[in-house]
Design a protein around this ligand. Structure first.
Ligand code: SF4
Length: 404
């Protein structure tokens, strides 16, 4: 089994999430500008924020990839040259594209640009990979519908300098690598332009044509029917299989998820990868870490079951909520052991909590006292973004304090 370390690639839905991803162990992050990036509902980046994010990440040896992977209409693609011009002073380490017209436009603006082919292009065989490589693509983000056996076969038929990336964690959807018309039809929001309203997650009823007023619940669970709602992928406990298949970059989905999600999931995969490199066995505590972020029921996607064997949809309804992200640590005083914190969710005196530090699993702590910015003792920290102090021995700037 090869002992190479793959790239850990994390989502950066905004500048803050980019910084958390970097602090918690990403080798690279991917992000978008306001348009063209397949996640229109994320905060995304202004050109100035992108420039700041690239400078910050590069300062820590981390790469930044810009997603331009929508399928733009003729009208939309006309706007792309101006968008590219707005980032010409700070060019990302790679551009993730799925449309050949976008690729042409990027290469016209930046002839030396590194191009990664998005999963939206649905590449599922070595012939397809070689086609794109011959046309200047350095990395293929494989379709999410491939098994590990498929990936291994593809890898064996590729030149060594063509990289393979695969989604290993996060939301999946019932359509083929995201190509879907449901949302556009139901809501006018085009999924292929990054505006999916996720109608596959809605609750559906059955009607008989002669009884239009009779709405019947098709009961998969007592809460309703979610037969089109895919489970989330989690391959954290299967890194050896991913690497044995020849994947160079492990991608975490979730640009719309919270900064806490970004930090916690990146941290869990980073610890597991570092352990693997050190020859240590997999630590089951890392699974508990990713169980504590917002997610649907986890599964191994299509890596072990092909799409004809398992639709990979949920077997229980709903979203599993994440542990509350109480605050982030801004600074720490070794003498007083007081951490200066910025509030994210209301924290009350007397709470059991956990301290999350990069490279470690959550450590139990107890919030026995809270002080406001003037060091008056208070019962809780209720206000968004308020600055307050708590005693947390050994905390560091950048740590996260979360609920238990
Ligand atoms: S509606 Fe559902 S299946 Fe279709 S693109 Fe959106 S998330 Fe995917």
């Amino acid at each position: 089994m090869p002992m190479t370390t793959p790239e850990l690639l994390s989502p950066a839905g905004n500048l803050e999430k980019l910084k958390f991803a970097v602090a918690y162990g990403a080798d690279a992050v991917y992000c978008s500008l306001k348009d063209f990036g397949m996640r229109a509902s994320s905060d995304n980046f202004t050109p100035e924020e992108l420039s700041d994010g690239i400078a910050f990440a590069r300062g820590k040896g981390v790469k930044v990839y810009l997603t331009l992977n929508i399928m733009p209409s003729e009208a939309m693609i006309q706007e792309l040259p101006a968008v590219l011009d707005s980032i010409k002073d700070s060019i990302p380490d790679a551009f993730i594209i799925s449309d050949p017209g976008v690729m042409e436009t990027v290469l016209r603006a930046f002839p030396d640009a590194v191009i990664h082919l998005s999963t939206q292009a649905s590449v599922v065989n070595a012939e397809g990979c070689r086609f794109w490589h011959k046309n200047g693509v350095k990395r293929i983000v494989l379709a999410r519908e491939l098994t590990l056996k498929d990936i291994k076969n593809i890898r064996q038929n590729l030149p060594d300098d063509l990289e393979l990336e695969a989604f290993v964690h996060g939301a999946m959807c019932i359509s083929y690598s995201g190509r879907c018309l449901l949302s556009h039809y139901f809501t006018g929001r085009n999924a292929n332009e990054g505006r999916c309203a996720q109608p596959c997650r809605w609750k559906y009823y059955v009607k008989e044509e002669k009884r239009p007023d009779d709405v019947i619940t098709a009961e998969e669970f007592s809460e309703g029917t979610y037969i089109f709602s895919s489970r989330d992928t989690c391959m954290l406990g299967h890194l050896d299989d991913l690497l044995d298949a020849g994947i160079d970059s492990l991608k975490i989905e979730g640009r719309i998820k919270s900064a806490y999600y970004t930090a916690c999931v990146t941290n869990a995969y980073r610890m597991a990868l570092n352990d693997r490199l050190a020859g240590k066995p997999f630590d089951g505590a890392y699974i508990e870490e990713v169980e504590g972020v917002s997610h649907r029921e986890y599964h191994t996607g299509f890596y072990y079951d092909n799409t004809g064997e398992n639709a990979n949809t949920v077997t229980m309804p709903g979203y599993i909520c994440e542990k509350p992200f109480y605050c982030s640590v801004m600074s720490y005083d070794e003498v007083t052991q007081l951490a200066q914190c910025r509030q994210r969710n209301k924290m009350v005196k007397g709470s059991a909590a956990q301290l999350l530090t990069p490279g470690k699993t959550g450590k139990d702590i107890f919030i026995d006292k809270i002080f406001d910015a003037d060091m008056n003792e208070i019962e809780s920290a209720p206000h968004p973004k308020m600055v307050f102090y708590i005693k947390v021995p050994g905390a560091k700037a950048g740590d996260i304090i979360r609920g238990k």
